[in-house]
Design a protein around this ligand. Structure first.
Ligand code: FE
Length: 352
């Protein structure tokens, strides 16, 4: 019965998609204050959003105002501004951050048929308070002169003593690592995840320092053989204006772990409508727009990320690493739920 309902939903979108948009257009539009705009507090870089904002304005007539900042600072600001906030949308990276925003009571649930259809369930909040809009994977990058691809397999295997003194990775206060460990807590259990983290620390080639790009540089310079970093950083290097970065990029290879079982760990950038949004309809419309076909392609290409549906194309650079690859289908709600446990484990195993 459930299956029939879902396929009817999909069918009606296929046949009545245009009518749906027209019907909704009349219920959106100009808000109570008479302004046709939406205010986005964004932890994402301006250049990523610019083409999307322009396309959105052209297609809908709604102006997007961006206030940029770091994720934590923006969340704090929305909290402090309370009912008077200008923010309609919080746009940020990592399900861990979005989960925190929800816990801080900064967001509100959104009932949108379009978002229900466009965003796979594991990429959004169980209460519809935040929605994934692009995917990144945290993968193994290695020096092909030092490592043979056949030696690589899973995240779990990196705990093997054959990697002693060969792994570099950024510090544990970074949300990307916290979310990766949170996923391992879900898959392996807390005890096993802790054993894993301890063994990884034993395999460090040096103390964690710097960001993902610092680790990639270390791989190139021979300071370590493998690292775990987000895919798009290599995309940035490959297409960089700086010759030095393009040169470095050629000396790094990508490996997607756990392809024979659950798939590689993924995370998202995403958004939610703020609790005290004054332009709620426009805010919903903006998020729906970002999740839809046209914006998905622009958005994923701009930062060499992955779209939220594999029917949308990826950039040539991303394609060259192999796409589609098997992605971990774990609900990203788990990353938020296990965050505190992950931080505690990192502390206990002395992963700085
Ligand atoms: Fe990043």
């Amino acid at each position: 019965m459930k299956k029939i309902i879902i396929s009817m939903g999909v069918l009606s979108t296929l046949f009545f998609g245009n009518f749906y948009n027209i019907a909704h257009a009349s219920s959106y539009g100009i808000n109570k204050n008479g302004s046709n705009e939406v205010n986005v507090y964004s932890a994402r870089k301006g250049y990523l959003l610019k083409p999307l904002i322009e396309a959105f304005k052209n297609d809908t007539g709604i102006k997007v105002n961006i206030i940029s900042g770091k994720s934590k600072a923006l969340q704090k600001r929305i909290e402090q501004e309370g009912v008077n906030t200008r923010a309609d949308v919080l746009l940020t990276v990592d399900a861990g951050n979005l989960y925190k925003a929800k816990k801080m009571n900064l967001l509100q649930p959104i009932d949108s048929d379009k978002l229900k259809i466009l965003i796979p369930p594991h990429l959004k909040d169980i209460d519809n308070q935040w929605f994934g809009l692009s995917i990144r994977s945290r993968v193994i990058m290695y020096n092909p002169k030092k490592v043979n691809e056949s030696e690589l397999s899973t995240y779990e295997d990196l705990a093997n003593s054959k990697w002693k003194g060969r792994i570099c990775i950024r510090s544990s206060n970074n949300i990307y690592n916290q979310s990766l460990l949170a996923s391992l807590i879900s898959h392996l259990g807390e005890k096993e995840a802790k054993v894993w983290a301890k063994k990884i620390v034993n395999n460090f080639s040096k103390k964690p320092k710097g960001n993902d790009r610092t680790q990639m540089t270390s791989v190139v310079l021979g300071e370590c053989d493998i690292t775990l970093v987000n895919t798009y950083y290599l995309g940035k290097w490959i297409t960089s204006k700086k010759e030095s970065e393009r040169k470095y990029a050629k000396q790094i290879s990508v490996f997607f772990p756990n392809q024979s079982n659950r798939g590689a760990h993924i995370n998202i950038s995403g958004a939610g409508v703020t609790k005290y949004s004054k332009n709620k309809n426009n805010a919903i419309r903006f998020i729906e727009y970002l999740a839809d076909e046209k914006a998905q392609e622009l958005y994923a290409h701009a930062n060499h990320e992955y779209p939220i549906r594999n029917t949308v194309s990826v950039s040539d650079v991303v394609q060259s690493w192999g796409y589609p690859f098997k992605q971990d289908a774990l609900s990203l709600n788990e990353l938020g739920k296990n965050n505190i446990k992950a931080v505690k484990i990192f502390d206990e195993v002395n992963w700085q």
